[in-house]
Design a protein around this ligand. Structure first.
Ligand SMILES: CC(C)(COP(=O)(O)OP(=O)(O)OC[C@H]1O[C@@H](n2cnc3c(N)ncnc32)[C@H](O)[C@@H]1OP(=O)(O)O)[C@@H](O)C(=O)NCCC(=O)NCCS
Length: 331
C-alpha cells in the first residue's frame, strides 16, 4: 500500500523515468535530460512502504487561451501507476494531491491528452475538444486573397514578447482550445515562423516545416496557425495557398472545431489524426448575458442569456445584453 505522495526530488528522477518507460515503452537507456527538474514542472510520486516509487504524474505550469484571456492551468502528463498496483486508487490519490497543489499556485483549470478517458472522467475531467492534423490540397487555399490592410513578415526572436496572445493560443486551445506555457514560446521547426502585423500589433502567427521535394511529394506541415482576427487568419491562409506550385499537400494542426474552416474552402480536406483533450473541472457553471444582432432574421436578435449548468448549455431569451462576443466583430 502506498504510504507517501509527494513531489519528487532529483534522486527520484531515475525511478520516475523507469516507471514511465515501463508504462509507455521506450529506450532502456536513460536520457540524462529527463533526469533534470525543469522550471514550471512539478513531478509527483507515490511511494510504497519500502520507499519504491509506484505511481507518478506531472503538473506543468501552463496558461490556456479562452476568449481572449490566458487562464492559469495545470497541464497534466506522464500519469503512470505500477502494473501490479493499478485499480487500487493510486491515480486518483496522486491526481488529487497534484490538483490541490496546482490550485495553490494559481491554476484554476487542468487539461490533458488522455490515452484512456475513463479514469480521468472518474476524477472530474471531461473531453472538451481535439487537436487534429488535417490534410488538404494546397490549391484549395490558392484563391484566397490577401486582405489589403495586412502586413506579413518573418518573425524575429525579438517579436516573442509581443506575441503572447497568439503564441499562448497555439497548441490545443486558441480561444476555444488550450495550451502553451506562459513563458515565451518559440517554435523549434525548420521552417520560418511568421507573425502578422497590422498597425504595429502582431495579430496572428504561423509556423511550419517545409518537407523535401518540390514535385507531387512536396508537403508543408503547419504546426501553428492562429489569428486573433478574421483578416489575420485570412492573411496567413492566403500565404499558405501560395505554396501550391512547390508543395501540393498541406497539413494543418488545428483544434476541432477551428474557425479557420469558416474563412477558407477546405475542399478535399481529410482529418489524418485526431487527439482528444480533456478539461477539469468537468462541469463549469455560470451564465453570460449576450446581445445578439441579426439583420437578416431580426426575430433572433435581442438580449439572451447563455447558461451553463450540470454539463449542459442553454440559451434563454432575456438578460441584460451586456456582452457582444468580440470574436464576432472580426468575422
Ligand atoms: C490509467 C492509470 C494511470 C489508472 O491508474 P489507477 O491507479 O489504476 O487508477 P485508480 O485506481 O486511481 O482509478 C481511478 C478511477 O478510475 C477508474 N478507472 C481506472 N482505470 C480504469 C479503466 N481502465 N477503465 C475505467 N475506469 C477506470 C477507477 O475505477 C477509479 O474510479 P472509482 O474510484 O470511482 O472506482 C493506470 O492504469 C496506468 O498507469 N495505465 C498505464 C499508463 C496510462 O495509460 N496512463 C495514462 C496516460 S494519459
Amino acid at each position: 500500500m502506498a504510504q507517501d505522495v509527494r513531489l519528487l526530488a532529483a534522486e527520484d528522477r531515475l525511478a520516475a523515468w523507469e516507471l514511465s518507460r515501463l508504462a509507455f515503452g521506450g529506450s532502456r537507456q536513460s536520457p540524462p535530460q529527463l533526469l533534470e527538474l525543469a522550471p514550471g514542472r512539478y513531478d509527483w510520486g507515490a511511494f510504497d512502504d519500502a520507499g519504491r516509487l509506484v505511481a507518478r504524474a506531472v503538473d506543468r505550469e501552463q496558461c490556456h487561451w479562452f476568449g481572449g484571456r490566458l487562464v492559469p492551468a495545470s497541464g497534466v502528463a506522464s500519469v503512470a501507476v505500477a502494473p501490479e498496483i493499478r485499480g487500487t486508487g493510486l491515480a486518483r490519490r496522486i491526481l488529487t494531491a497534484l490538483l490541490a497543489a496546482a490550485r495553490d499556485r494559481g491554476a484554476v483549470i487542468s487539461t490533458l491528452f488522455p490515452t484512456t478517458q475513463a479514469p480521468y472522467r472518474r476524477v472530474g475531467y471531461e473531453a472538451a475538444g481535439a487537436l487534429a492534423w488535417t490534410v488538404l490540397p494546397t490549391s484549395a487555399l490558392a484563391a484566397i486573397r490577401q486582405p489589403s490592410d495586412v502586413v506579413l513578415r518573418p518573425a524575429e526572436p525579438a517579436d516573442v514578447p509581443a506575441v503572447p496572445g497568439p503564441a499562448a493560443a497555439c497548441w490545443s486551445g486558441r480561444s476555444r482550445r488550450s495550451t502553451r506555457p506562459r513563458k515565451p514560446y518559440w517554435p523549434a521547426t525548420t521552417g520560418s515562423p511568421w507573425p502578422w502585423g497590422g498597425g504595429g500589433a502582431i495579430e496572428g502567427y504561423a509556423s511550419w516545416d517545409r518537407g523535401p521535394g518540390y514535385d507531387a511529394s512536396g508537403r508543408l506541415s503547419v504546426f501553428d496557425l492562429m489569428g486573433l482576427t478574421g483578416p489575420a487568419t485570412t492573411a496567413l491562409l492566403a500565404m499558405l495557398g501560395t505554396w501550391t506550385s512547390v508543395a501540393p499537400a498541406l497539413e494543418l494542426r488545428l483544434p476541432e472545431p477551428d474557425p479557420a474552416i469558416l474563412l477558407a474552402p477546405f475542399v478535399g480536406a481529410t482529418v489524418q489524426s485526431s487527439q482528444p483533450w480533456m478539461l477539469w473541472p468537468e462541469h463549469v457553471a455560470g451564465s453570460v448575458d449576450l446581445l445578439l444582432t441579426d439583420d437578416m432574421c431580426p426575430w433572433n436578435a435581442g438580449p439572451h442569456r447563455l447558461v451553463l449548468d450540470g454539463g449542459y448549455g442553454r440559451l434563454e431569451v432575456g438578460g441584460g445584453g451586456d456582452v457582444r462576443p468580440a470574436l464576432l466583430d472580426h468575422f
